[in-house]
Every structure is written in C-alpha cells, then in structure tokens.
Design a protein around this ligand. Structure first.
Ligand SMILES: C[S@@+](CC[C@H](N)C(=O)[O-])C[C@H]1O[C@@H](n2cnc3c(N)ncnc32)[C@H](O)[C@@H]1O
Length: 227
C-alpha cells in the first residue's frame, strides 16, 4: 500500500473502537497556556477529540468555534450522546475535509502517544501543518518518557521483544498500544513540519486512563509562515 493510500485511510487500532472507547481521559489542559496563546475568537480543531472532553472544555471557557474530529466511530458516538451540542465528526482517514489554513489553532492531546509509527506521525503532522494557518498555534500535550522503574522496565521489555519498534512504544494488558517520547523528539517532529515550539511546560502528574500516574508535557508551537 502506498503512503498516500495509507494516509487516506489509516487503520484505527481496534482498541479505540472497543476497550479504549470506554475509558475516561484525564490528560490535563493548561488553561493559562491556552488563553495566553489562543484568543477566544479563534477557529480551533481538536484533532483526536475522543468523546469531546476538551472540545467541551473549550466551549465552556468561551471558545465558540471549536471542531472535534476523531477516527473512532465508538468515541464520536459516545461524544455525541454526552455533548449533543458539539460539532464532533467521525473522520476515518486523512486528509481531513477542511480547507488549508482554515484553523487558527489545533489541539493535539495524547495523539502522538497513540499514533505510534514514525511515518504515521509524519503524515499526521503534515496534515496539521496544512490546516493551521501561518502563525497559527498548535497546542500539543502528551506523555514523555517516564523515568520510574515500572515504566523503564516496560520500555525495555517492549524493546527486547521487538527491537524494530521505536524505544518508548509498548502495549498494555488491555490491548492498547502507546508511545512515550523524549520531549526533544516532539520538538524535532514539530520543527520538521513547520511548527516552532515557543513554550513548553511539564506537568508533574496526570492520571492516564490506564489508571497510572505520569508526568505530561505541554508544548505551544507556532506555524512558521512559508518563505
Ligand atoms: C487518549 S485518547 C485522547 C482523546 C482526547 N484528545 C482527550 O485528550 O480527551 C486518544 C485518541 O486518539 C484517537 N486516535 C487513534 N488513532 C488515531 C489516529 N490515527 N489519528 C487521530 N486520532 C487517533 C483515539 O480514537 C482516541 O480518541
């Protein structure tokens, strides 16, 4: 399958149509960071919105033009039940049906943490670079590599089982597949796709839907104007 065919219809990990769609997501949004960089009249894409947790939070904060999109049918159906007023779209594949440069900002919360392949991440970032207007903002938050013994053992076991996997990719007993990154990797990935990190914060604790407590990283990046 060619890269463009694959990007047009990425395989949604079965997990996100089953067990993953029943979880409660808790990865924290830093309200101060959001408000500092994203004005209230912005048009915002919440990519990988799940059941619309953050889409709803943004609307509660007074953002009026927020669009959620996610490839999991189960999660979007759940979101429509929980928040019938929100524009949550089930979109299984890229490119997304939006005009180039039509968003002032995009949220990408715990998506690079579940889109684990290097090439899939590149396709995803290229699409966000297409959608966010020059000088617009990408607010990315994800789970960095953890240094505690439990996680290190988990990364090492996964690497030993499959040395071709990037370090930090691991499976969970309930069938999930995740990737934790070094924060520098995230910055480099953003840079390679025309986004410059302008602010980065580390949040001491975030409870993941697997019930584990971890650190999270929040990055605000600006879309560099072409030329
Ligand atoms: C941990 S949840 C985070 C949901 C939401 N961003 C939040 O923070 O509440 C991961 C989400 O990634 C979505 N997902 C899985 N594969 C994806 C892909 N290839 N592209 C975009 N989203 C994907 C899942 O359906 C799920 O909604």
């Amino acid at each position: 399958m060619s890269r463009s065919e694959r990007s047009a219809r990425p395989a949604v990990h079965r997990f996100w149509e089953g067990t993953g769609a029943t979880k409660t997501f808790t990865h924290p949004l830093d309200r101060g960071l959001l408000e500092q960089y994203v004005p209230r009249d912005s048009r915002i894409l919440d990519y990988g919105c799940g059941y619309g947790r953050l889409t709803a939070q943004l609307v509660e904060l007074g953002y009026r033009d927020v669009h959620g999109a996610d490839p999991s049918r189960a999660l979007i159906e759940r979101g429509r039940q929980e928040h019938p007023e929100l524009p949550l779209a089930h979109i299984d594949g890229l490119p997304l049906p939006f005009e180039a440069g039509s968003f002032d900002a995009a949220l990408l919360f715990v998506i690079l943490g579940v889109v684990t392949g290097d090439e899939d991440q590149e396709v995803l970032l290229s699409e966000l670079a297409r959608l966010v207007r020059p000088s617009g903002v990408l607010y990315l938050s994800d789970v960095p590599l953890q240094s505690d013994e439990h996680h290190v053992r988990r990364y090492e076991a996964a690497s030993a089982a499959d040395p071709n996997r990037p370090y930090g990719v691991f499976s969970t007993p309930d069938g999930g597949l995740f990737r934790h990154h070094r924060p520098e990797e995230l910055r480099e990935l953003l840079h390679a796709h025309g986004f410059e990190a302008v602010e980065e914060r580390s949040t001491p604790t975030a409870t993941l839907h697997q019930g584990e407590t971890t650190r999270s990283v929040q990055v605000i990046a600006r879309r560099v104007p072409a030329g």
